[in-house]
Design a protein. Sequence first.
Length: 728
Amino acid sequence: MNVKKQKAGKNKASRNNKNNPARSKRMKKDFMVHAIIDVFRKDPKGVYNYKQIGKLIGVDAQVQKLQALDILYALAEDDILVELDRGRFRYNSLGTIAVGLFQRRSNGKNAFLPDDGGEAIRVAERNSLHAMDGDRVRVQLSARRKGSEPEAEVLEILESKERTYVGTLQISHDYAFLVTEDKTLANDIFIPKGTLKGGKNGDKAIVKITEWPENAKNPIGEIVDILGVSGDNTTEMHAILAEFGLPYKYPEKAEQAAGRIPEEITPEDIAEREDFRRVTTFTIDPKDAKDFDDALSLRRTSQGHWEVGVHIADVTHYVSPGDIIDKEAVERATSVYLVDRTIPMLPEKLSNELCSLRQDEEKLCYSVIFDLDDRAGILASRIVRTVICSNRRFTYEEAQCIIETGEGDFRDEVLKLNELANILRDKRFKDGAIDFDRYEVKFEIDGKGKPLSVYFKESKEANHLVEEFMLLANKAVAEFIGKTPKGKSKKAFVYRIHEQPDPDKMQNFAEFIGKFGYKLKTTGSKGEITKSINSLLDKAKGKPEQNLIETLAVRSMQKAVYSTHNIGHYGLAFPFYTHFTSPIRRYPDMMVHRLLEYYTKGGRSVNREEYEDLCDHCSGMEQLAANAERASIKYKQVEFMSDKIGRVYDGVISGVTEWGLYVELNENKCEGLVPMRDLDDDFYEIDEKNFCLIGKRHKHIYRLGDAIAVKIAHANLQRKQLDFVPAG
């Protein structure tokens, strides 16, 4: 029996006769269930038989009293009631109440996630109490019965997660709605006509839900901000940020505070730093970068060694803990990089001017200085504050040209740094680092944000040059604090950690790639497993299935996060690792800079719990920023393909789900969905373990990685989705 219940605390049985169906003709079964449960909830220690219940809920006819008896037994079978002795029942309040998070979905598949980590439990919409996604709730659980799934009913919303929704305003003469494609909300949001704040029909807006009356189909909301006309590029990019709860503009007060920071570097500033202004120094960054937060210097020492300086913008010299700029930086935790713009963590006065290591400008840095031999062996290192003056701003393309031709500005320094970086890179992989080296999808965009073409950005030696020295500096800083001498207690610090792969995912991955003729070792030492992964990635290079195998390899890995509890970094094969090298765009790096200064001055260990909370926040914001970046790429892919409806492309199956196949086009890497309804030659069922759909009658198989030709059917910009149909 699928028992229907009602919101706790609303005793419908106590309503007057005019409103109580029990006092009219005949009580409906659904209402009777609600009324019976409500009696027991109001008196959880009370014991009742069916006659007493009938009287309390107001049913007189014998046939309805017998129906009430059936319901009592069904509720006992569901573990909601306990039968104490024959025909006498009491509310089962033990073991049936749970606390956890509510997960709302627009497809109606709402769920309850228990705090104890158990499985997600279905919550019917009628039993949701209009809880919103992420709300902390107390629920009544129904026991699992043979042939049925367990269910939960929300009794109380303990903690409401305030959030906003982005959508398009739909305004008529008498009313207005926000029509949203939010995956957590199936219902449009009603906006009272007099509260539109100047919004017009078709505008993109941000709305906050203010209430959701018990019997109302739609929640009621108020407008937080009008983003602009739907379809406008800036409007759509801001909408993507707002969808993920990310800021799309900088607070004026923080901008003003940044504007008041003195630009002058004083003699006192220079006196307490090592002076690198006469040492050859340069930056290497993307061609469209403005926030240069790292630079490299190189000079030959008197002992014939190589002194390599990794110079990082000294952001914390300008930003004090707890000031208005710092508070905003904590909230943001990271800069966000969308397809056509950067949303900085710090005001532009800092990120693009004061702290940016621009060519021919004196800048304050926090640096790691390495003394290396000709084989990139570290003879000594030190972490110091410095003042530098960059001699040259290289793009990656310019540095790569020097590496390939041997000609160009500061050729000797660039070539020597590249030589040392290659040695460091080879050693890192020999020590067990995993060689993930995937391409990025990029767009050529016109002045209005319209995508003109798609290209793929691959890492080359110039990228690796910078990467290796940043890794080396991050590792050195983590070891400096993390390696505790005997007799000394460990100090709380911010680490970048990466756990070992999930064994089950690795086993599934190994079984799947076996179908392509590849082998992967999933047991043995850590070194043996990583060696096997690297061998696999190397063998797949240049093959049609390369991107698929790299994608699945990444999916089998855990996500790297920030933590004060160091477990090392599996992917890099570093026992100690942190983020020190990008304080302009990552708040954890600012935390590391401050902790370094504090500890080098003899400070005691900081509060670990406080910093662990900050680490969790930064990890979460990093994930949100990555999701927003992917959404902006998806939007531009759909926009790019919107004038190509009806064209046929070759692709590869990149995802298999119960609702269809995801296909990535070979030509431009745009991804779209072949809905299950368009696989109409058979009834297909998903085989999750083998990443495929199998036809029930004809046994045709669509497998992850298979080649497939598709025709572009629809391009839905609102949903950021391309729909394909199989070609032929």
